[in-house]
Design a protein around this ligand. Sequence first.
Ligand SMILES: [Zn+2]
Length: 264
Amino acid sequence: MAVKIVPSSARPSTIERLSQAVNELLEESQCISRYASNHKLFSTSTGEFREVNCKSWKCPKHRVSWLWKQKTIVTRELLHNPINKLITLTLAEKCSPEQLNLARQLLCRDLRKDNNDFQYLAVLEFTSATRLPHLHLLARSCFIPQKKLSELWEKATMGAKILPSPVVYIEKPRDQAAASIYALSYALDGYNKKQDIPKEWKGRKISYSKKFFSKSTKEIWKEALTEIYGPPSNEKWVITPNKPGAQIRQSVDNSSGEITFRYT
Ligand SMILES: [Zn+2]
């Protein structure tokens, strides 16, 4: 094993390491959305507050709930509509989100010529050292030899004006829930290992083919929430800006006796 020798002057001191750890912790607790940070949810039924979730996978504070939602939706779909392949498509050079989308579309078009029904959900990740993008696909398709997939991906990347990228992997999923967690965990673990999508990248983290989900992801999420928390309550939440010095006021409707809360 190679041992890297660092001169003592270059080694971070305990104080430096501690302050770095504190900074990382602080970053974890900050939302990247100014709107979400400057507003809160207020319940007019109970007078309670909740924080606003920006729902972004890029947010250090809210990415955990983002990931939980994606995992829940995908796992629920896979349990009754299983996939049969885990595919990794790598890229030989940096490219734009548009080029990557085009390469993916070209590949799918070619695969569908033979397979006629190739369905996938793709999760984008970046390799830590090279910062090159690669895609993890959960796929349903008939048999594709690795050599054939490699040729098609090479052709597709060339079609998108990216360096020919023949390196692909195909695996069989061991079980469906594990497959979903495997592919999607990159979304979060990648962030922890500083492998996340570079700031300048404007593309999506997850993309999927039309027939990958048997119904809308919104519907699947609603069903999951109902199963976990029970049917949605009638509680009314309003979004309100943070108002220093504002107070919660209670009012009672004389005829119905209904109590409502205001934040003014
Ligand atoms: Zn956030």
